[in-house]
Write a protein that binds this ligand. Sequence first.
Ligand SMILES: [Zn+2]
Length: 254
Amino acid sequence: MKIQYDPNGKQPQSRLLAKTLKGILNVSLVAVISATLFTALPATGIGFKSPLFQPGQNTGESFGSETPVVTLRVGLVVGHWGHDVGAICPESLGGFREVDINYTIADLTRQYLQSEGVNVDLLKEFDEQLTGYKGDALISIHADTCEYIPELGTGYKIAEAVDNKRPEQAARLMACLNNRYGSITGLRYDHRITPDMTSYHAFSEVDPNTPAVIIETGYMNQDRELLTKNPSLVARGITAGIMCYLNREEISPE
Ligand SMILES: [Zn+2]
């Protein structure tokens, strides 16, 4: 985790310009989405008929005899991508860099979600698209330190955006991820959530209606085997958690 962002760096100017452009893009994007959702036209080109339930869009209204055309969209932030390398393992432990682990896991998750018919945006740590990001969910993927922690240096952590305007959705996204990720990877849940997770920068950047969570997929020291040799299992766990949320699947108690 641990991200240092230099506010005096050269990013703000380009970010401001991008923000303006993004605003224009957002307006047209909203128009496209609104048209897709409310006209219930048969899907052509960009849309498709999804059997999936759209959280928050279920107004219970009927759109005539047509099935509403719904396109689900999920943002995946590749922790540290485009910014720094994150945690690093010493050469004696393989020299792994957190950003590479995060990228492999996020890219596999993207593929699995797309095969479920979900649109996915793979985003950099400080991606300009994060400003006002509108989606059904945003998940930031990180991994924990490679330092050796004698006791309990294993497990995954999840934190949610607390200022979200749809706290019940964010809580459900977190519960789904927690349940599915834990059961698929077999990792224990680590309750030691740090302030850099709860005050994660992207939480205040995305649209407040987009439920957002950050996951630390495991420790690069003691969970290294899973993270580096079996990233597909890690990605399956994240995908199952997201699909549980999107499909409103039941969460069985652990
Ligand atoms: Zn990280």
